[in-house]
Design a binder for this molecule. Structure first.
Ligand SMILES: Cc1cc2nc3c(=O)[nH]c(=O)nc-3n(C[C@H](O)[C@H](O)[C@H](O)COP(=O)(O)OP(=O)(O)OC[C@H]3O[C@@H](n4cnc5c(N)ncnc54)[C@H](O)[C@@H]3O)c2cc1C
Ligand SMILES: *[C@@H]1O[C@H](CO)[C@@H](O)[C@H](O)[C@H]1NC(C)=O
Ligand SMILES: *[C@@H]1O[C@H](CO)[C@@H](O)[C@H](O)[C@H]1NC(C)=O
Length: 437
């Protein structure tokens, strides 16, 4: 029963979940661990974590994830992860024009921060426009009607650089990496049947090669549904957009150390990156899906080109955010625009479990739901904990495999408490120029 420490373990995907798992497996004494990643370098361009930064905020509406993030933040402060973690604070607000739903969500986050004894001492109320400027003097826009709180317990992680750091550490610890379209891209999981059971025997890469494994872990992010069709509607490829403003050295320097600034009804931005002088922004909303009319399931696009744009409505929202906060940047061109794809579940819970009926030979690690990067230093331990747990089941009930509903829809964007608006189809928002190609 179960894999032994010398059995061959294959991880599909060298993004946040896959890299963390690879490193934790070798740290726990597993000696034959390989990662297959379709891009030819890490950080991979298809990874949702392949960009400058991600918010690391501890307060969740649900205390279960708050407690986990507190653990993750402790781990962000250890030597391997510390270079990528910046505890600059999180200025979490709504603008004066926010709909009630946004204010309600903000209030649930604030209540969560205030009921946790570790976080509470770091929370500063922000009730007026002056309080906003007190929390961050660099915000010289009107911030009309903004209110919320500043949480100095939170911050951000430099995500692409953290992936690269863990890749190097995992390689040094003996993990083998197979990268690129030929050697790294996994075409399929290979199943074999005996008279009594079915199991996954390994993977086949794009070049046609079969690689045997005692255990396959699918950590393919938004592409999970392509490799594990059994997930059905339980995992939906969804995306939000990302855009950047290019600053001068002086502008970057003036914004050094600002908190992650987030108006729930508009979006958020980060301290500019001193290496590239890019200030990263994300609008918040129900996201975009890419439903295949044949299966009714949303898959992430296979090429990056299809995602290399900023939807018009998002651009308007981000310009509004800048007008309110950093008006001197409000008319500047946006650069490095893209849609960033993640694996969404209808309750924002991860799915980390054995695929049923496969003799414990294959695990899916998915459903990051757009909030998984903050767990990067510990998410791999969720796999090793599961391997060490008695029985062949995920010990954390909420992460278990769920039987997908036979019919369903992936556009639950607006039903998720922490998001505003409903999901739209990618085909409806493609820029006019691209659709003429
Ligand atoms: C716009 C945006 C903002 C976000 N903001 C935050 C935030 O503020 N805080 C936070 O905590 N999280 C945030 N996230 C979520 C975070 O990025 C994800 O939770 C995290 O990256 C998930 O990790 P993953 O390993 O599951 O997927 P990924 O990091 O996407 O990695 C999946 C990898 O699998 C590879 N792959 C796919 N198919 C194959 C195949 N067939 N063969 C080989 N390799 C394959 C891909 O190339 C990719 O490298 C955000 C996500 C988005 C899109
Ligand atoms: C790892 O497992 C593979 C597949 O079973 C095998 O071919 C390879 O020799 C093993 N490597 C080591 C170092 O044990
Ligand atoms: C989410 O999907 C699961 C599995 O299909 C279903 O059982 C559950 O009721 C759904 N939950 C919500 C909130 O829609």
């Amino acid at each position: 029963m179960g894999v032994s420490k010398t059995d061959s373990i294959v991880i599909v995907g060298g993004g946040a979940f896959g890299l963390s798992t690879a490193l934790d497996l070798v740290k726990k004494g597993y000696t034959n661990v390989s990662v297959y990643e379709k891009d030819d370098h890490i950080p991979p361009r298809w990874s949702a974590a392949n960009d400058l930064n991600k918010i690391v905020r501890a307060e969740y509406e649900d205390d279960f994830y708050t407690d986990l993030t507190i653990k993750a933040i402790d781990a962000w402060k250890t030597p391997l992860f510390a270079p990528y973690f910046h505890q600059v604070g999180f200025l979490h607000c709504v603008s004066g024009a926010a709909p009630q739903q946004a204010t309600d969500t903000l209030n649930r986050f604030r209540a969560s921060a205030e009921r946790n004894s570790k976080i509470q001492p770091h929370v500063v109320p922000v009730n007026t426009e002056d309080d906003v400027r007190q929390a961050c003097w660099q915000l010289d826009g009107p911030v009309t009607g903004w209110n919320g709180y500043l949480n100095r317990f939170d911050g951000y992680a430099h995500s692409g650089a953290a992936l690269a750091g863990v890749y190097r550490a995992a390689q040094a610890a003996g993990v083998r990496f197979f990268l690129g379209e030929q050697n790294g891209a996994v075409d399929e999981l290979v199943y074999v049947s005996t008279a009594t059971a079915k199991k996954c025997a390994g993977i086949r890469t794009k070049n046609g090669r079969f690689h045997p494994a005692s255990l396959v872990i699918v950590a393919a992010g938004a592409a999970a549904g392509r490799l594990v069709p059994q997930l059905g509607q339980n995992v939906v490829a969804k995306s939000w957009s990302v855009a950047h403003v290019h600053l001068t050295d002086e502008e970057t320097s003036a914004l050094r150390g600002i908190p992650v600034t987030y108006a729930r009804d508009l979006g958020f931005f980060f301290e500019p990156d001193p290496k590239t002088n890019l200030l990263k922004m994300c609008p918040m909303g129900g996201g975009y899906i890419n439903t295949d009319p044949k299966t009714g399931i949303s898959y992430s696009p296979e090429t990056l080109k299809e995602s290399a744009f900023l939807p018009e409505a998002d651009e308007k929202q981000l310009r509004q955010l800048l007008k309110q906060t950093l008006p001197s940047l409000a008319d500047r061109p946006f650069v490095e625009k893209s849609l960033c794809w993640f694996a969404d579940t209808n309750d924002s819970d991860f799915i980390i479990d054995y695929i049923p009926g496969m003799s414990d030979s294959v695990i899916v690690m998915s459903g990051d739901s757009g909030h998984g990067f903050k767990m990067f230093p510990i998410v791999g331990s969720f796999i090793t904990d599961m391997l060490a747990a008695p029985g062949s089941q995920q010990p954390v009930a909420r992460w278990r495999w769920k039987q997908p509903a036979s019919q369903g829809k992936g556009d639950w964007g607006g039903d998720v408490s922490w998001r505003l608006g409903s999901s739209k189809e990618l085909s409806e928002i493609l820029p006019a120029k691209a659709s003429k190609l």
